[in-house]
Design a protein around this ligand. Structure first.
Ligand SMILES: Nc1nc2c(c(=O)[nH]1)N[C@H]1C(S)=C(S)[C@@H](COP(=O)(O)OP(=O)(O)OC[C@H]3O[C@@H](n4cnc5c(=O)[nH]c(N)nc54)[C@H](O)[C@@H]3O)O[C@H]1N2
Ligand SMILES: Nc1nc2c(c(=O)[nH]1)N[C@H]1C(S)=C(S)[C@@H](COP(=O)(O)OP(=O)(O)OC[C@H]3O[C@@H](n4cnc5c(=O)[nH]c(N)nc54)[C@H](O)[C@@H]3O)O[C@H]1N2
Ligand SMILES: [Mo]
Length: 758
């Protein structure tokens, strides 16, 4: 690890001295800009990023405001665009020089650092190399192989970056081919949200719009790292704090972005080095302790509710269902069990209950800290309970705000990328495209892993992403991929998933969103949906990285064409010639949400898909919002000493590792580290800098171990340790996931330290 001087002096604290944003973020952007020597054109692309008529950033899904800043991008958005527009190329010469077996020893960072993929490639088993192929050959052979396979044993994965147009075609292709096997990166991410919010309020997405952040007086943050993962959200937060809005954060890790923030867009803050203090208070609860913490706040609210009412009983009588059972559940909980589960004292929770009781308009914000747990859905249900207790749904300045990850992950799910047939208007698809769609449930991510482990999976098509590295249980799954009879990877850069291949593997390079997309009908635009359910058009203008690239819609359509029989109702070539026709199809299938899609494509700030919850229309069976009780008070089962959470740094985007500096956490130089509190280091007789291994204590009959991790002292609650994603994924069992949605429990891994790595 680093030999950072400040840490030597004071191991108990983080040693990052500067606020989020500020000069640190500008320096970080410029380092990335200069490293690859991007063209002036690439730099000018940033000027148009996230603005009407420009291209929508491929980093996070945070909202794009109607009145953007001069530079409406953040450090990470700039990195993502520069990464996409790198001048480096990874072409046939590179693959001729390196066997696939050899490349498997490379890190994902080194693989991606080779630059953009330039040519369609086929894996040749004899020479163990990717060799150049032509598009017609690739499509013909992929189509023939797909026809040969059992459709139900093939999965079409999508990473949440592909546009609405591509996603619609991909979902339609899957159903015409004969399956609903459409796992999505969302299955590892906010699937918990889709399931839990659906149960409570039917809307599977957040209820807030940007206006709400302008009028709330309290924001509760649960397990969302704004500074690293959705930095542009810091602007409305900072403005809210300035107006007097209070921010309370629940997170085992003291994340810099939620502590203080200096706005790079504000010359005054930059010059005088002044930052806005963000969270007050900041509660470092135990991992998986959110249900207990929220239950504790609710318990206090019941106790405080007297002559001065703090529970909105009028709202509950009119709009809530199941309140009595919920009240009984809370009464039955004892303070010792609440404290044991979350690590926060009744006094600390009373303080928050008081803040909440004084607030008139509260927004609850959350991320992976809630969703990636065995009882993740129940935590979200509890958060809805908390909001309902004071009528904080369906009015201005209030609501629930899951912060989504990939730039179009929420959008994809609304246009048919779903393994759940009941969520897709199959009858309308049947009518429009004259076929009988499959009605059986498809595989989600966990079920694809199971099918791979049971040797039932025959083929895999990947629309972006790095599935083999993003999933849990890599040691078990890695050797099995090469048994597949087909593995098609549509990608922009080389990654590890492309190297776990056997006969029938294809690597198909595509355009990135900032690049010009010219089809028969002229220059094309695509569209994406953001975290606040607004749809934005996006137009790329940069010249493509290679003449041999195709767009994602074109690749999907041409594989489909090569696979499926002729169908006069399905015009793949015509649709790809003019994407506005695909948007027309989306409008025809989803008329309520996408009315006048083409006309509204470039509305400033996007157009809103709408959410009945904003008008207090509850489409549940009871006709009211549902209070729910959790299955357990803690997301962690059994007795174990240490819980591992897996973290992202601000120098990565998922499995894309830009570099080794976790600037906001003050960590640098090495990602093979394990963060442990100084108290636990002493208790476990470890020492800073010592190399250790971790062993999973999850009981499913398989041993899981990870060695070579350097101990780094860090401010964490006792019993909580942390390591980076994806490096730590081999420790996580695919059987350990949210019970309702199947989202892997990446933030609740029972482990023990094995004193010395072997
Ligand atoms: N720079 C950058 N931006 C990204 C990404 C990236 O990798 N890099 N990824 C994108 C994607 S796909 C996603 S989904 C989002 C993810 O963004 P986030 O939702 O912020 O996800 P994480 O960083 O995985 O974890 C969030 C926080 O949860 C906390 N946490 C862990 N366990 C618990 C718990 O039990 N309770 C509570 N209350 N907190 C807990 C962690 O300390 C961490 O601060 O970001 C998107 N944006
Ligand atoms: N331990 C642990 N594991 C996790 C998580 C965690 O918090 N902890 N988080 C989970 C979450 S939230 C998510 S979303 C998943 C992420 O899982 P994925 O979405 O599958 O992974 P990414 O790392 O985002 O995918 C990166 C690859 O996408 C390709 N790519 C980039 N841009 C484009 C494009 O424009 N088009 C195409 N076709 N390809 C492109 C590049 O080849 C790049 O290598 O990981 C999950 N895994
Ligand atoms: Mo995600």
């Amino acid at each position: 690890m680093t030999d950072h001087p400040e840490r030597e002096q004071d191991p108990a604290t983080t040693y990052y001295r500067h606020p989020t944003g500020g000069w640190g973020s500008l320096k970080s952007v410029f380092r990335h800009l200069l490293r690859d020597g991007p063209s002036l054109g690439a730099l000018s692309t940033l000027r148009r990023q996230n603005k009407p008529g420009g291209h929508m950033c491929t980093s996070c899904a945070w909202a794009k405001p109607p009145n953007p800043h001069l530079a409406e991008f953040c450090e990470n958005g700039a990195k993502a665009t520069m990464w996409d527009l790198t001048p480096k190329r990874c072409g046939p010469d590179f693959f001729a020089a390196h066997s696939v077996t050899r490349l498997r020893d490379w890190s994902d960072h080194d693989l991606e650092a080779q630059g953009r993929l330039t040519h369609p490639m086929r894996y040749d088993v004899e020479t163990d190399r990717y060799v150049e192929t032509t598009w017609p050959e690739a499509f013909a052979r992929i189509g023939a192989r797909l026809r040969d396979l059992d459709a139900k044993a093939v999965a079409f994965y999508a990473s949440g970056r592909a546009s609405l147009e591509t996603s619609f075609l991909y979902g339609l292709f899957a159903r015409l081919y004969g399956h609903n096997n459409l796992p999505d990166s969302s299955n590892m991410c906010h699937e918990t949200t889709s399931v839990a919010l659906k149960k409570a309020i039917v809307s599977p997405v957040g209820t807030c719009v940007l206006e709400d952040f302008g009028s709330c007086d309290l924001m509760l943050f649960f397990g969302q790292n704004t500074g690293s993962n959705s930095p542009r959200f810091l602007h409305p937060i900072q403005a809210a704090v300035k107006r007097g809005c209070r921010i309370v954060t629940f997170n085992p890790v003291r994340e810099r972005g939620l502590i203080e923030f200096a706005n790079p867009q504000s010359p005054v803050q930059m010059l005088v080095g002044q930052a806005t203090e963000i969270s007050h208070p900041y509660l470092q609860l135990r991992p998986g302790g959110d249900i207990a913490a929220i239950a504790g706040i609710c318990k206090h609210l019941f106790q405080m509710d007297g002559t001065t009412p703090v529970i909105d009983r009028e709202f509950i009588a009119k709009h809530g269902h199941g309140f009595d059972a919920f009240e009984q559940y809370i009464h039955a909980l004892t303070w010792p069990e609440i404290e044991a589960a979350c690590g926060l004292s009744p006094e600390e929770l009373r303080h928050i209950a008081r803040i909440y009781a004084r607030s008139k308009r509260c927004i609850a914000v959350y991320g992976m800290g809630l969703t990636q747990h065995v009882h993740g859905s129940d935590s979200i249900g509890m958060l809805v309970n908390l909001l309902l207790m004071r009528g904080n749904l369906g009015r201005l300045g209030a609501g629930i705000c899951p912060v989504r990850g990939h730039s179009n992950v929420q959008g994809q799910r609304t246009v048919g990328i779903s393994e759940k047939p009941e969520l897709v208007p199959l009858d309308r698809l049947a009518q429009l495209f004259d076929f009988e769609p499959p009605r059986d449930k498809g595989m989600n991510t966990i079920e694809v892993i199971e099918a791979l482990l049971n040797h039932r999976l025959q083929g895999f098509v990947s629309l972006g992403g790095n599935f083999a590295r993003a999933i849990p249980d890599q040691t078990r799954t890695d050797p099995l991929w090469k048994r597949l009879r087909l593995n098609v990877q549509i990608a922009t850069r080389l990654n590890h998933s492309h190297l776990l291949v056997g006969d029938g593997a294809w690597l198909l390079p595509c355009l990135v969103r900032a690049e010009r997309d010219i089809q028969e009908g002229g220059a094309q635009s695509v569209s994406v949906g953001d975290s606040l359910s607004h749809i934005h058009g996006s137009r790329g203008r940069r010249p493509p990285a290679s003449q041999s690239l195709l767009s994602e819609p074109a690749i999907v359509a041409r594989i489909a064409q090569a696979t499926l029989p002729e169908n006069p109702a399905v015009d793949w070539s015509g649709w790809v010639a003019d994407y506005s026709r695909i948007r027309g199809l989306i409008e025809a299938v989803y008329p309520d949400q996408f009315a006048d899609f083409n006309k509204r494509l470039f509305n400033a700030g996007g157009f809103y898909r709408g959410n009945p919850v904003r008008d207090r229309l509850w489409l549940t069976e009871s006709g009211k919002a549902e209070f729910t009780a959790p299955k357990g008070i803690s997301s962690l089962g059994g007795q174990h000493d240490l819980t591992l959470i897996t973290l992202r740094s601000n120098d990565q985007f998922n499995t894309t590792i830009y570099g080794n500096r976790d600037r906001l956490r003050g960590l640098e130089g090495n990602r093979n580290i394990v963060l442990i509190s100084p108290a636990d280091i002493a208790r476990l007789k470890l020492a800073e800098g010592r190399e250790v291994g971790l062993e999973s204590l999850y009981q499913d009959g398989f041993a899981r171990q990870l060695n070579g991790l350097t101990v780094v002292p860090y401010d964490l609650p006792s019993g909580c340790i942390a390591a980076y994603y994806p490096e730590a994924n081999a420790l996580i069992s695919a059987c350990s996931h949210d019970l309702d949605s199947g989202t892997p429990a990446y933030k609740g891994v029972p482990v023990r330290i094995i004193a010395q790595s072997l």
